[in-house]
Design a protein around this ligand. Structure first.
Ligand code: DC
Length: 230
């Protein structure tokens, strides 16, 4: 049938990497350029954290947290994220939410509860998915897997700039420490740790701007398409 494509043939570009590496912005722009869907998987972990904190759930109670994850009432509308009809796009970006998300993301049951929801984003004509385990767990058959990173100092500087632009006061030393703590938690957990897989291409953006990083991903994808005749 013309126009029919099996879901597992829908191309996925997996972009994994540490916090504040810029992978969200890069992934979003790549998706826009290709006309693909976009999955911000970190937003799902942040939403579980927000929902749990708001309803007073103990952040060490894995079973209750996985119920929260399974029942998450969320709608992605372009760049906006609605939780129970409320726009929480900014609320999930606070440092408190970032830290709580990193803690709860270590629970296997929470991760399992979010799996199907993430895979639903794989729709024609394609998907760009950003997170920590997109290439290793959620979309192991992704046609292109990228590990996008930058030095911790560069990431702390970028985060500082972002916060200052929003008029939020921040301290570089605290931001750097937070980034290092989160990296350690995300990389050392036993389930789906943040690490570069052997089938994954490293993209170090320490000395690249966003446009250059986007360009690199697009070129790599064009190379994959030429090879696979996509
Ligand atoms: O990408 P982010 O900073 O918005 O992610 C928030 C937290 O969620 C981060 O500390 C790690 C976790 N996370 C994860 O464990 N797996 C993913 N696929 C995405 C995010």
């Amino acid at each position: 049938m013309k126009g029919f494509m099996r879901i597992d043939n829908v191309p996925v570009i997996a972009i994994d990497g540490p916090s504040a590496s810029g992978k969200g912005t890069v992934a979003q722009r790549v998706a826009e350029k290709l006309g693909f869907h976009y999955l911000d998987s970190g937003a799902l972990y942040r939403l579980v954290a927000l929902a749990a904190m708001r309803s007073g759930v103990d952040l060490s109670n894995e079973n209750t947290l996985s119920d929260v994850a399974a029942q998450l009432d969320v709608v992605f509308e372009g760049a906006d994220i609605r939780f129970q009809s409320e726009n929480v796009t900014s609320a999930i970006r606070t440092e408190a939410c970032s830290n709580a998300a990193s803690r709860i993301a270590a629970y296997p049951k929470v991760r399992t509860a979010l799996l199907a929801r993430q895979r639903e984003f794989r729709q024609i004509p394609g998907l760009v998915a950003d997170g920590r385990d997109m290439g290793s767990v959620v979309f192991p058959d992704a046609v292109l897997k990228i590990f996008l990173t930058a030095s911790a100092e560069t990431r702390a500087q970028r985060r500082l700039k972002q916060l200052m632009e929003k008029g939020i006061d921040a301290n570089i030393a605290t931001l750097l420490q937070d980034i290092r703590d989160r990296d350690a938690r995300d990389s050392n957990r036993t389930v789906a740790p943040l690490q570069q897989g052997t089938d994954t291409n490293l993209l170090d953006t320490t000395s690249l701007n966003i446009a250059e990083a986007v360009d690199s991903v697009l070129k790599q994808y064009a190379g994959v398409c030429a090879k696979k005749h996509l």
